[in-house]
Design a protein around this ligand. Structure first.
Ligand SMILES: Nc1nc2c(ncn2[C@@H]2O[C@H](COP(=O)(O)OP(=O)(O)OP(=O)(O)O)[C@@H](O)[C@H]2O)c(=O)[nH]1
Ligand SMILES: [Mg+2]
Length: 458
């Protein structure tokens, strides 16, 4: 089909027509949405394309306000014995002066529906089924176009889905879709397009392409989202700063560290919002809990020692993990002796140089500040929750996301992924450290591994 399928989104005022368009087009800026009635005044269109080919055009229309009066007017126009069909009665109305004055808004809607292949009739499913809605459907049916009712607001606690289903069935409308523009059902969009394909046989192929494309995009977004989180975690795990070990400096350094991590998390939030086409104000990273940071023990992280060629086993491994074992070994040595020790344990020259300067720092009374494991777990959980929230959020949503605070037990305990343990020993993997080398193959590999874990658990 070379021409895109044209759909008019119609219905009573304030039922969420513009909101539905925002969600289907994933465009938070489409039209104007307000809790006040009669917000949309003109017909406005949006186009959905796949690989540059326009497949679907959606038209937002003003809300119907007084269908009862319009139906009365139309009935008064009918002459006795006259048996005009819907489109003929409609044509007569659209030619009349009333269509330009009293029923100007209604006329815009009817013209647009007539110019379209089908209509989506949006319903606020919380509303009782009143006569005005039946009259609206009667007026809309004059256009001779298939109508697919969309039950909006079905995520709300007090919806009247059953009542609506029954009424619509009595009017001959048996196919309908459930939706909620703010919290759309996971498969809502697919069901909507599949139901449309039943009403419009010729649209089956382009609608299927649209469904497939959306699914592809959904997976691609999920994948990119997991990578963004993996990068955040690696950046934070590999981050470290040196500070003179006295109470004043340490407190200042901890505050600075927390702020650096907070800003880094906000960058991840912003990137996720962009990825899912939401606005920066839709979510903010909250405060991080007050943890002390980890002090010093990274120098003796088993991963660091492994890199240096130190074989740790048994009690030594446990000691090394807490820094105790090697502390005893190097505690009383001069830097020169420490370097010799380095040479003895046989690491590469470059690693040793790096390690040597960190040892020097330690011997001069410097401490190394890194991000606590619990904070890493908290960041991982919080960002994964955000990702899930964004996946389920309609583009009509207006309330900002509260960045969830996951259950404490979850982030205080539990195993940290292996990739993050490794990152501890690679300060050059963190974009937050000077001299970062982010393109390193081993780092990329760990980002891949970590994001695969995140995708699997989200
Ligand atoms: N919770 C919830 N709110 C919704 C939903 N759809 C729309 N809203 C809200 O309902 C109100 C009306 O939404 P609009 O999209 O402006 O409705 P409309 O049908 O385009 O209104 P008019 O253009 O005035 O005819 C707004 O406050 C929306 O935020 C939904 O599915 N769930
Ligand atoms: Mg509107």
């Amino acid at each position: 089909m070379s021409q895109p399928l044209k759909l008019a989104v119609v219905g009573h005022t304030n039922v969420g027509k513009t909101s539905l368009l925002r969600t289907l087009t994933r465009d938070v800026g489409f039209g104007e949405v307000s809790h006040r009635p009669s917000t949309t005044q003109h017909v406005e269109g949006a186009r959905l394309s796949v690989d540059g080919q326009a497949l679907l055009e959606l038209y937002d229309t003003p809300g119907l306000e007084d269908a009862i009066a319009l139906l009365d007017y139309l009935e008064r126009q009918d002459r006795p014995g006259e048996r005009l069909d819907g489109p003929a009665r409609l044509a007569r109305f659209l030619d009349s002066s009333e269509a330009r004055q009293r029923f100007e808004q209604e006329a815009k809607v009817l013209r647009q529906l007539q110019a379209s292949d089908a209509g989506l009739y949006v319903i606020d499913a919380r509303e009782p089924v009143l006569a005005k809605y039946r009259d609206e459907l009667a007026v809309l049916s004059l256009c001779g176009r298939p109508l697919l009712p969309v039950l909006n607001f079905v995520a709300s606690a007090h919806h009247r889905e059953d009542e609506w289903r029954e009424t619509l069935a009595r009017l001959g409308l048996h196919a309908l879709v459930r939706f909620d523009s703010v919290a759309p059902p996971v498969d809502g969009e697919r069901r909507l397009y599949e139901s449309l394909a039943l009403l419009q046989e010729k649209a089956r192929e382009p609608l299927q392409r649209l469904i497939d494309d959306h699914e592809r995009q959904r997976l691609a977004r999920q994948h990119s989202g997991a990578r963004l989180i993996a990068e955040l975690l690696l950046d934070c795990a590999a981050y470290r700063c040196s500070v003179a070990s006295d109470a004043t400096h340490e407190q200042g350094a901890i505050r600075a560290l927390r702020e650096t991590i907070r800003q880094r998390e906000q960058r991840c939030v912003d990137a996720l919002l962009r990825l899912y086409a939401f606005r920066p104000e839709d979510a903010k990273a909250g405060e991080l809990p007050l943890l002390d940071g980890r002090w010093g023990d990274d120098l003796f992280n088993p991963e660091t020692l492994k890199q240096l060629g130190v074989k740790v086993g048994g009690g030594m491994a446990a000691g090394a993990a807490t820094g105790v074992g090697i502390d005893l070994l190097v505690g009383g040595l001069t830097l020169g002796a420490a370097a010799v020790l380095g040479a003895l344990i046989g690491g590469s020259a470059q690693t040793l140089r790096g390690y040597g300067s960190r040892l020097r720092g330690k011997l001069k009374g410097q401490r190394e500040l890194t991000v606590d494991d619990a904070v890493l777990r908290l960041l991982a959980l919080r960002q994964q929750l955000l990702l899930q929230t964004l996946e389920a959020r309609g583009h009509a949503a207006v309330q900002a996301i509260e960045l969830a605070a996951p259950q404490e037990a979850l982030w205080r305990e539990g195993k940290l992924p292996e990739a993050l343990h490794r990152a501890r020993a690679h300060p050059e993997w963190s974009s937050l450290n000077p001299g970062a080398r982010l393109q390193q193959a081993e780092r990329q590999e760990q980002v891949d591994v970590l994001s695969a874990t995140l995708t699997a658990t989200s």
